[in-house]
Design a protein around this ligand. Structure first.
Ligand code: NAD
Length: 437
């Protein structure tokens, strides 16, 4: 199959490269010329494990190309995927569909009627209908429009794409279903479950999935608060409930609240969809509130460990919203560091790969070359993102380097006992009473 991918970001580049790896001919299109020039010169625009090898191999075989010219990119495509950003609209949280509709208008001028247009971007219910209308208005009648939401996780994107828990296809006609079946054939052969459904249902499925995961995170975070009040351990509670296979062990890690490029914006967009439909979604609304207040409250945990923050030096480990990515969008590190700086603390931060992105977000903080350099002379060490390399720190050395002796472990990477043995005062999340700390 010939595939065009409009939008060559985290989703578009990974999907395009993996489709090429399945044997399809893929052209990735982006309006960001620097990104396309870089890709044509073999430079990856994002940090994603395993991506470079698969992009390089398929580009060398001529199956994967990159261009800024939409018209030439979609020329002979059987399917055109739209993978542009759908950020939250400022002010109301609606999904901002400007990038999607701009791309569709441009596409309408050049698309062949037999091509199938597929939204891979996360888009609200009814967006497929609106795309169909735009195509019709712009003179491209008869083009099939399908929905194929993407569920990959940054940091594990290649494996997720090649071994998905499921593929969801929302299509209203046989042509779209047949083309998508052909595109995903290698995954069927590997027995990946595929759900064919209506376009609106597919669109909503993506939001429902992300909202449910956000609910799980906020739920365990509130249980963590309760654990702190009653001297219980949230790690064991999570394990105790997660072993029940009706619940499952995933997304039950208490921490600083969810962030990233999807959950915050997708929960807000779902609420906006619900409001427009006149149907309240109280669970999701509360989840958003719980998460927002949690992220804002993380600074208090650091303050509790060091006393007045003014004039204190705080080492922050991990800036990206999660490990194995350089993505800083809505990262929990942002409100925490901003609040630390606002309260007069000096911040020395380290992230294994997100420094370049983080420099665009923060001003007035120091970036250290490694975890130990960040810790040197600090009053507290705060683990915000659980990169693997932070799981095996030499805690004795950390204790020696720190001026104060506080380890604020917002990801519960360490046990209290090992931290205390090294001479550190340990502040985890949901692990016994805070007073005892
Ligand atoms: P991104 O910002 O990394 O990439 C989007 C790209 O689209 C950018 O490179 C931008 O330059 C390009 N673009 C915008 N308008 C364009 C146009 N008219 N023509 C050509 N290129 C254009 O975004 P992302 O993280 O890949 O997310 C894309 C979509 O996928 C969003 O809807 C997101 O919600 C969804 N999604 C993201 C993830 C994730 O983990 N990042 C997972 C699943 C779904």
């Amino acid at each position: 199959m010939r595939i065009a991918m409009i939008g060559t970001g985290y989703v578009g580049l990974v999907s395009g490269a993996c489709f090429a790896d399945f044997g399809h001919r893929v052209c990735c299109i982006d309006k960001d010329a620097a990104k396309i020039d870089g890709l044509n010169a073999g430079r990856m625009p994002i940090w994603e494990p395993g991506l470079e090898a698969i992009v390089t191999a398929n580009a060398e075989r001529g199956r994967l190309t990159f261009t800024t010219d939409l018209a030439s990119g979609v020329e002979s495509a059987d399917a055109v995927f739209i993978a542009v950003g759908t950020p939250a609209r400022r002010g109301d949280g609606h999904a901002d569909l400007t990038f999607v509709f701009d791309a569709v208008r441009e596409l309408a001028k050049v698309i062949r009627p037999e091509t199938v247009v597929v939204t891979k971007s996360t888009v609200p219910v009814g967006t497929g209908d609106r795309i169909e209308n735009i195509l019709r208005e712009e003179g491209a009648s008869g083009v099939s429009v399908a929905s194929n939401p993407e569920f990959l996780r940054e940091g594990a994107a290649i494996a997720d794409f090649k071994h998905p828990d499921r593929i969801v296809v929302g299509a209203e006609d046989d042509r779209a279903r047949e083309v998508l079946k052909e595109i995903y054939r290698p995954l069927f052969l590997n027995r990946a479950p595929i759900l064919f459904t209506g376009r609106r249902t597919a669109e909503l499925t993506k939001y429902a999935a992300n909202a449910f995961l956000a609910v799980k995170i906020s739920f365990i975070n509130e249980i963590a608060d309760l654990c702190e009040a009653v001297d219980a351990d949230v790690q064991d509670v999570a394990r105790g409930i997660g072993l029940d296979n009706r619940i499952g062990p995933k997304f039950l890690h208490a921490g600083p609240g969810y962030g990233g490029s999807c959950f915050p914006k997708d929960t807000l967009a779902l609420l906006q969809t619900a409001q427009s439909a006149g149907v309240d979604q109280r669970i999701v609304r509360t989840t958003v509130e719980v998460n927002d207040s949690r992220k804002a409250q993380m600074v208090e945990r650091v303050a509790r460990a060091v006393g007045n923050l003014k004039g204190k030096r705080i080492a922050v480990l991990g800036l990206a919203f999660k490990p194995n990515t350089d993505d800083m969008r809505d990262a929990p590190s942002i409100p925490l560091i901003n609040a630390l700086v606002e309260r007069g603390a000096t911040v020395s931060a380290f992230d294994p790969v997100a420094r370049e992105q983080a420099e665009k977000v923060f001003s007035g903080i120091e970036f250290a070359p490694d975890a130990y350099a960040a810790a040197t002379g600090a009053d507290a060490l705060v683990i915000v993102t659980e990169w693997d390399e932070f799981r095996a720190l030499d805690l004795q050395k950390v204790a020696e380097l720190l001026g104060g002796k506080a380890l604020v472990d917002l990801r519960n990477v360490y046990d209290r006992s090992e931290a205390e043995e090294a001479g550190l005062a340990y502040y985890g999340v949901g692990r016994g009473t805070l007073e005892r700390d």
